[in-house]
Design a protein around this ligand. Structure first.
Ligand code: 5AD
Ligand code: SF4
Length: 484
């Protein structure tokens, strides 16, 4: 399937001006970049290497696969080693510690670049959409060669050519876009599973969240483009897809011919050869009965729902601009459990939102106990400049946040352990994903409900769905045996 991209690159005529239409324009620049990379690699007498690090969420991971697709097509060899000819960080800015990690690692890159002056460094992703970050990099990290944002990653090939053709820092950040460019190369991390963007951006403006500012307004892809992409992935060996969006439940609202997320799922279900469908993330306020029904009837949609709670206190939910109450969330969770009893529900929780008091944390703990999450990602509130919550006066002292966080985490761990262990003794299908990181004789698989299981096996099983006996629960994962 990859060769079609090479053919398209080769078909470009570099004696002419670059095409104005996308994505043809990018194929023109890929060809140009290929020549530059080839020349440099001939000079060095070895292939050029590139290290690409992705921070943050699944959306960023998918964006990195798109960057990797282009890098590979223009002739780079991808490596894990940061001492490479080209280093790219695809950044996240959802919490401040993500930003701090990038600054820390940039310091290290600077020392590598001093030893290897022809090294190129690029930064992209959500953090680059913040003007204060760009300012700081221009002043304190002048050795960076290329900076771009979230709206123009499809222009990566063109930006690479710009980078090679100038000596100064290339910066190209767009505030927003309504463009969705299709049909560019992608290099998947896993051969058998893939993320698929179904929509970009977010319109919810939860008061703590920077995503709507850095990812722009909500835009849905056309269903035909999504289905076509999944069909070609399946033809290329993919058995599991993860439909990606900041709020998949509002998919399709802004399409020329509006359709619901549940309707899209029905269409995806029909794709022959596709075995598993996942999606991320669901906003509770938009989760429809139609979606619950589609999930219930489906043979392919996985028994897992990620349903961010953020807080269990109605007062705090209100201040967070989440558009639901504690009672509404509980009623929704109960309805889902009643309709789909074997589903695993996971969540995101923020502790320390402005104005939060210990009694609000108690409310959140109450929801955790009642919903019985299989897992919960708990975050300490991080103040993001420019969001409404950052301007709130009642920021919570660190010690109080820490106390609430520890208290809540203990409940999360205890309830999740108990909930996950309910499957002990059952035989369930697992998609075999990789060799266990700690023990090479074990394989790691994922159940439909997203629980991880390790079992004896060999790497020929990778990409297959096999029945596994769930022998022992170890907190969040299982040790099991293949069931023959
Ligand atoms: N501080 C802490 N956590 C945050 N999240 C989003 N913004 C912030 C913030 N400012 C969390 C939410 C979201 C997850 C992806 O990150 O819980 O669901
Ligand atoms: Fe952020 Fe809320 Fe949008 Fe999620 S739904 S990306 S938390 S603004």
């Amino acid at each position: 399937m990859n060769d079609k991209y090479i053919d398209r690159i080769e078909a470009q005529d570099l004696t002419k001006e670059p095409p104005t239409e996308e994505p043809d324009r990018q194929y023109y620049f890929m060809k140009k970049c290929r020549e530059i990379v080839k020349k440099k690699s001939e000079e060095l007498g070895r292939p050029l290497t590139c290290s690409l690090t992705s921070f943050g969420c699944q959306m960023n991971a998918r964006d990195s696969e798109k960057l990797a697709g282009i890098l590979e097509k223009v002739g780079y060899e991808l490596t894990e080693d940061e001492n490479a000819d080209f280093v790219i960080y695809n950044t996240c800015t959802v919490r401040d510690n993500a930003n701090q990690r990038v600054y820390g690692r940039l310091g290290h890159l600077n020392s590598l670049k001093k030893k290897n002056p022809h090294m190129k460094i690029a930064l992209c992703g959500c953090m680059m959409q913040e003007p204060s970050v760009i300012e700081k990099i221009r002043q304190s990290y002048r050795f960076v060669d290329l900076i771009f944002g979230t709206h123009n990653i499809y222009k990566f090939a063109e930006l690479l050519v710009n980078m090679f053709e100038t000596d100064s820092m290339v910066v190209d950040i767009w505030e927003d876009t309504d463009q969705i460019v299709e049909d560019l190369p992608v290099e998947r991390k896993y051969s058998f599973k893939s993320g698929i963007n179904i929509m970009f951006g977010c319109n919810n403006f939860c008061s703590y969240c920077i995503v709507p500012y850095v990812r722009g307004r909500e835009r849905s892809r056309n269903p035909e483009d999504i289905l076509h992409e999944i069909e070609s992935l399946v033809a290329d060996g993919v058995v599991e897809v993860m439909l990606l969006g900041q709020n998949v439940n509002s998919y399709g609202k802004n399409l020329e011919h509006p359709m619901t997320f549940a309707q899209l799922l029905r269409e995806v279900e029909k794709i022959e050869g596709l075995q598993r469908i996942r999606f991320m993330t669901s906003h509770p306020k938009d989760l429809s009965d139609e979606l619950i029904q589609v999930m219930k009837e489906s043979k392919k949609i996985c028994r897992h729902l990620h349903l961010p709670l953020q807080s269990g206190s109605t007062r705090i939910l209100n201040a967070m601009n989440r558009h639901y109450t504690k009672e509404q969330y509980l009623a929704l969770a109960e309805k889902i459990r009643k309709e789909i009893p074997d589903i695993a529900i996971t969540t995101d929780i923020i502790v320390g939102f402005p104005g939060e008091e210990p009694c609000d944390v108690d409310e959140t703990i109450d929801v955790i106990r009642r919903v019985q999450y299989d897992n919960a990602f708990t975050f300490i509130y991080s103040k993001r400049t420019g969001t409404p919550a950052a301007a709130m006066e009642n920021q919570v002292p660190e010690a109080v946040v820490k106390e609430g966080f520890d208290r809540l985490l203990k409940v999360v761990q205890d309830t999740a352990r108990e909930r996950v262990s309910r499957l002990e003794g059952q035989v369930l299908d697992a998609l075999v994903e990789e060799i266990n990181e700690q023990d090479e004789s074990l394989m790691t698989g994922r159940l439909s409900n997203n629980t991880i299981v390790h079992f004896k096996g060999d790497k020929s099983l990778i990409g297959q769905i096999v029945p596994v006996y769930l022998k022992e629960c170890h907190g969040f994962y299982y040790l099991g045996e293949i069931w023959r």
